[in-house]
Design a protein. Structure first.
Length: 243
């Protein structure tokens, strides 16, 4: 059966990745509410399709209705929440077809950017890749529910470092949104028992090929890595996914 987490307790803190601008040190109540609600959506406290009632949630997060609507509107921009006109808000649905579209587009953009970076990256690029890989390695042996939020931050930085010798601001913007959309699916996969997956080995294959300037091998390793989450979701036993 699908496991649905209970609603968070009043003012329940969300797990905080390091150095995130929207974490617990957020500058405004709206930013803080946004960050907590975002994490609770990703963690499954509010399953896909759930109605998000402002009058109830403002008490859960200890903010006014206007502040909560600001946070929800920001989540609409992130495509994690859907605004339904006068009917309010609900959590964006999840589906295999949705993940297929996310994965296909991310592979198309990120693999091309990686190959170009591998070909033209300088010593500073190599240093960025090494530093981000070392930081990521501390959180993914193995990835667990307890360290997932911090791992997500380091995972994003590693992927961005890999393409940093060639990516434009638009490339980063699009890939960040795609990665963010994939986060709910990655979180679900952490809870799946099969098939076994070693994310660290996947990242190591990409890292090694990139620093060896083997752009074709790096591209294949990245494509396999990005496709694995989709494969796990497709092959998940019936009743183990929240959608």
């Amino acid at each position: 059966m699908t496991t649905v987490l209970p609603p968070p307790a009043l003012n329940a803190p969300a797990p905080a990745p390091p150095d995130e601008p929207d974490g617990p040190q957020a500058r405004t109540l709206s930013e803080h509410a946004y960050y907590q609600l975002r994490q609770h959506i990703i963690e499954g406290h509010y399953p896909p399709g759930t109605k998000l009632r402002v009058e109830r949630l403002k008490d859960v997060y200890g903010v006014g209705a206007g502040t909560l609507r600001e946070a929800l509107t920001r989540l609409v921009s992130d495509a994690l929440v859907i605004a339904e006109g006068q009917r309010g808000f609900r959590v964006t649905p999840m589906s295999v077809a949705d993940l297929e579209a996310i994965t296909r587009l991310r592979i198309h953009i990120e693999v091309d950017a990686l190959r170009e970076s591998v070909r033209c990256g300088d010593a500073a690029w190599e240093q960025r890749v090494r530093a981000s890989y070392e930081a990521l390695s501390t959180w993914e042996q193995p990835v667990s529910m307890a360290n997932r939020a911090a791992w997500e931050t380091c995972n994003r930085r590693f992927h961005e470092a890999l393409i940093s010798a060639a990516a434009s601001p638009w490339t980063y913007l699009v890939l960040r949104m795609l990665s963010q959309q994939g986060e709910r699916y990655r979180r679900v996969c952490i809870g799946l028992e099969t098939p076994p997956r070693d994310v660290h080995v996947e990242h190591q294959c990409i890292f090694d090929a990139a620093l060896q300037r083997a752009d074709a091998r790096a591209a294949l390793a990245l494509e396999d890595h990005l496709s694995t989450t989709l494969m796990m979701v497709r092959n998940a036993p019936a009743g183990t996914l929240p959608f």
